[in-house]
Write a protein of this length. Sequence first.
Length: 285
Amino acid sequence: MDAKLRRLPQSDSPHPSLLIARVRRVFPASCVRDILSPWKREKRETHTVLQTTLRIPGNWSNPGELLAKLPPGVRLTPEALILADGEQIQFTPMPPDDQFPQIFRSSCRQPATDDEVKIVDRYTVNVGLTGPGGSMQAALTMLQAGAAIVRAGGAGVFIDNSGLAHGGRHWIEVAEDGSPDAVSFAFVAIVRSRQEVWTMGMNVMGLPDLVTKCSDSAEDAIVETVRYLAGSEKPMADGHIIADENGPRFHVVANGGDRFDAESPMHNPFGRLKLVSFKDIAEAN
């Protein structure tokens, strides 16, 4: 696996709450809405079950052009994208939004290519894909679903669950890798404020989000814990101890209170875990 995929770069923003609020205004909890001609369809009902939602911008002139470019074995109906293994993902085309291109660019984990940016800037439709979330297998399915649309001409992928985006070339790289490291790299955003560092998007893999106090080692601690949780079958819960060769480092504490309501794609029903350093515990005592 490429070394660049082994680490999850954090989003360093002095006011992450403003970024989150902006993303939520442009991308409401449900991606289902009336579609303009020639892509018009009826509005669908929203669901409260955990789902993963992707938005893939492209400049297809009509549905036939998208159909013609799909990879072998992948089919598209007015209601669903059907993968080669038969898995069906809800398909919802959406009209262009004046604000989306800038949000996509500012949300990319790594810079998109010039050609990808050009497509995003003049995109004609956003292909919405909504499928089950809450497990590593579900995350892999959505990774492959997004890759199918990218291979058919999509410029990249924006993830509603984490507010994170990837250029098409980078998305294909992680989809072809398919390892736990690649999946967490694709779906999990790391956000930093002046006081805390936290994750968004762990719900896609069926894992709790993480939060810890800002420090010189906070980002490294979050990254390594994300990688451990994504790659291990052993759960981490309230009361666990995180240690390295130098001894105990963090005490894991259940942290109630989600930042998002239950209808938001960023809501995590698996909860949040706070990593409390033993240094802070010692100083408090």
